[in-house]
Write a protein that binds this ligand. Structure first.
Ligand code: 3UK
Length: 526
């Protein structure tokens, strides 16, 4: 078997069996392969800014960026943090690093300097690459962090170095099971954890979910409103199209209904990937008279949080297309339970994706009776090897036998479909992004007029989760509710990532507590 190739054998039980050559570097399978297969002139990337990147240019740029990192002295296995918007350079840095054996770590671009400072220290990164719009947050992080990355690469500097570098690069001789890239995942307490993914993981998600479930093929045009820094967007708009030689459409801006409608009209995507909050906003825009032509789209996909059945139905009525809801995670890299062409059950996550297994267990770890709710554990070839430098958290999540604890409560219904019942912790998804109640509470308590605060998840009219604040005023504070609410709103907006602010406020004299003083958030949910 030739180096850096994957042999795919169709297999009726699992969709496919995947065999990896040794050595195996994922950059060859996803990027280099296409020029040899006659796709050199085909667009790999189209952008709303009007750029077009062919497969042969992609391969050359990946080599230049890989060589640029090597020439700086970044060694195999060292980390390169990426605070990069959705643009072709995201692909160049990500794959260039991987081809050189360096580990790229894409970060959520919505975070603050404080968040990035933590990730700089935790990863002990050798380099950091960032897009101009994040300059303020990254410089603040660099000033705060204890660790100093040796190489600071604003995007234009990275581009200038790459422009001088050679466009040919021998792939680093990694193996399919070697560390390839990381993605940070957040928890309700403590700091984010770097989930370490292997070279093989992107192949597994692309084949089993991308090909086996979505039927992604060479003629597809993929547009993901979810950005590349999420595991969800990374698969949707990068690894799936590259795996089959299709085309990705990239937009650097924040997704709005109008922006997505423009993209549908201009680029005629065949696969569209959104999150429930955006589907709800798009429906509101359509109700308000906006034109949305989904004529080119084969399937819409939703993930990140549960898709309310009502949104599924209204979307189909308004656009004539069907949304396939599926659950994925950073640890599994992409979707492992999903609705699919030919089988949709609104209000459920659907059935197992080929290549993955699930079990629902009670507190003792024993399987629950059919139909009972319990903790969902999953197993498959794309799950993260470990969390970086976190043996205890790794042991709590990555269990014996390759099982991963998702942190979700699930049951199966009479059709065997998986039904989401909530989280086993207090974490909430806001617009598809993790939000920790503890972090918002800590921010509120940092305000001198607040004695205590509790944040709970509340559903809005569309059935989507948003934070609600319960606040106890500090002694002697008599400000009226409207004024205090405005002041605290400004305080949260100024300190935390923009999606984390409470949408509703309640001012109370005391919060319900356990005997040991732990806030009983469940009593506030009502
Ligand atoms: C929740 C869902 C109900 C669930 C993700 C697709 O969301 C992704 O990864 P994250 O690590 O979060 C994982 C958690 O999010 N969740 C995701 N999808 C659904 N809950 N229905 C859904 N359809 O709590 C899960 O444990 O941010 C999604 C692909 C890759 C991903 N990383």
């Amino acid at each position: 078997m030739a180096a850096h190739t994957v042999t795919v054998t169709p297999d009726s039980a699992n969709g496919a069996a995947l065999d990896f050559a040794t050595p195996f570097n994922a950059a060859v399978a996803f990027v280099d392969r296409h020029t040899g297969e006659g796709r050199g002139a085909k667009p790999a990337i189209l952008t709303t800014a009007g750029d077009e990147v062919s497969y042969s240019r992609l391969a050359a740029e990946v080599n230049r960026y890989g060589n640029a990192l090597k020439s700086l002295g970044v060694a195999a296995g060292e980390r390169v943090l990426m605070v990069v918007r959705d643009c072709p350079e995201f692909f160049f840095v990500f794959w260039g690093a991987i081809k050189a054996g360096i580990v790229p770590v894409p970060l959520n671009t919505l975070l603050t300097g404080k968040d990035y400072a933590y990730m700089i220290d935790d990863s002990a990164a050798a380099a950091i690459v960032w897009s101009p719009e994040y300059d303020g947050a990254v410089r603040e992080a660099l000033a705060q962090a204890d660790h100093a990355p040796a190489h600071l690469l604003p995007q234009d500097r990275a581009a200038a170095l790459a422009a001088q570098a050679s466009d040919s690069l021998e792939p680093y001789p990694s193996e399919a099971g070697d560390d390839c890239f990381w993605l940070y995942s957040s928890g309700s307490t403590g700091f984010p954890k770097g989930a370490i993914h292997r070279h093989r993981d992107m192949v597994v998600t692309s084949r089993h979910y991308g090909v086996d479930v979505l039927g992604v093929g060479e003629d597809d045009v993929c547009f993901s409103a979810a950005k590349l820094f999420f595991a969800y967007g990374l698969g949707n708009a990068m690894t799936f199209p590259l795996w089959v030689g299709a085309t990705a459409v990239l937009a650097a801006d924040r997704p709005t209904p109008e922006m997505t409608f423009d993209i549908f009209a201009r680029f005629r995507p065949t696969l569209y990937f959104g999150v429930p909050t955006l589907y709800a906003a798009q429906l509101a825009a359509i109700d308000g008279g906006a034109a949305c032509d989904m004529g080119s789209v084969r399937w819409c996909v939703s993930a990140g949080e549960a898709l309310p059945a009502d949104i599924f139905r209204r979307w189909r009525e308004q656009t004539g297309t069907t949304i396939l809801d599926g659950i994925g995670s950073t640890e599994a890299l992409h979707i492992f339970i999903s609705n699919r062409p030919g089988m949709q059950k609104p209000g459920t996550s659907g059935l197992m994706v080929p290549g993955y297994e699930a079990r629902i267990v009670d507190e003792t770890g024993a399987p629950v009776a059919a139909g009972e709710a319990g903790a969902l554990q999953i197993r498959g070839g794309s799950t993260a090897r470990a969390y970086w430098n976190q043996p205890e958290k790794t042991a709590a999540t990555m269990l014996d036998g390759g099982w991963v604890d998702t942190g979700d409560t699930y049951r199966t219904d009479e059709d065997g479909c998986y039904v989401y019942e909530g989280r086993s912790d207090d974490m909430m998804k806001v617009g598809g992004i993790w939000t920790s109640p503890v972090e918002i509470e800590a921010c509120l308590i940092g305000h001198p007029k607040v004695l205590e605060a509790a944040i709970v998840a509340r559903a809005d009219d569309a059935g989507l989760i948003k934070p609600e604040a319960w606040v106890v005023r500090a002694d002697g504070v008599t400000d009226d509710e409207a004024a205090l609410q405005e002041e605290l709103h400004g305080h949260v907006k100024a300190s935390l990532a923009p999606y984390k602010y409470p949408r509703w406020w309640k001012f109370v004299d005391a919060l319900p507590k356990t005997a040991t003083g732990k806030i009983q958030r469940f009593k506030l949910r009502g």
